[in-house]
Design a protein around this ligand. Structure first.
Ligand code: IMP
Ligand code: MG
Length: 179
């Protein structure tokens, strides 16, 4: 464990098991359909690459990047699309893959945006969910686990672009935020 991390919340093994369980459900639900996975950059990139391999269905991979956070841990609430998906989703089943749903501002906006392009369906898969912090009515169709109202890093999740590479998820020492 690196010095900046105070406590590990989910080990690499636990995360791997969560990904297995989510993939099993998705595989059952989408088998035989034309699925498009949408990776929400950058936070979901590690989760996404594990998930699509574990699901193992023929699918298309697309990427979106939005900015909702300024620097640090506070959401600005304003969503700006920095990178859009690159294909027509009309008539297709779309699964948005997110690292964590927090206030819900990002996915409330993005789900509505994608639904406006006439897909057969748009669903949400998130590894972590913080329902206590919700400001918009967003619920994940597939959710790895619920976390308390605390800021977590690792397995794609960052604090100021740091810690995404960690194979586990943990909470930072308070000193890290003040330095
Ligand atoms: P929302 O729009 O408030 O739901 O925020 C969603 C985005 O905020 C996620 O995709 C993350 O990038 C980021 N985020 C929310 N909570 C955390 C956290 O605890 N650690 C790291 N990033 C977070
Ligand atoms: Mg982030």
């Amino acid at each position: 464990m690196i010095d900046d991390v105070e406590r590990i919340l989910y080990t690499e093994d636990q995360i791997n098991n969560m990904c297995d369980e989510l993939a099993d459900k998705i595989r059952k639900d989408y088998s035989g359909r034309e699925l498009i996975f949408v990776c929400m950059l950058k936070g979901s990139v590690l989760f996404f690459s594990d998930l699509v391999r574990k699901v193992g269905l023929p699918c298309r991979l697309e990427f979106m990047e939005v900015s909702s956070y300024g620097s640090g841990t506070v959401s600005t609430g304003k969503i700006n699309i920095k990178k859009d998906i690159g294909c027509d989703i009309a008539g297709k089943d779309v699964l948005i893959v997110e690292d964590i749903v927090d206030t819900g501002n990002t996915l409330f906006y993005i789900k509505d945006y994608l639904e406006g392009r006439s897909p057969a369906s748009v669903k949400i898969c998130t590894l972590f969910d913080k329902p206590l912090r919700r400001q918009k009515p967003v619920s994940a169709d597939y959710s790895g686990c619920v976390v308390d109202d605390q800021f977590i890093v690792g397995f794609g999740l960052d604090y100021d672009e740091r810690y995404r590479y960690l194979p586990y998820v943990g909470v930072l020492r308070p000193e890290v935020y003040s330095s």
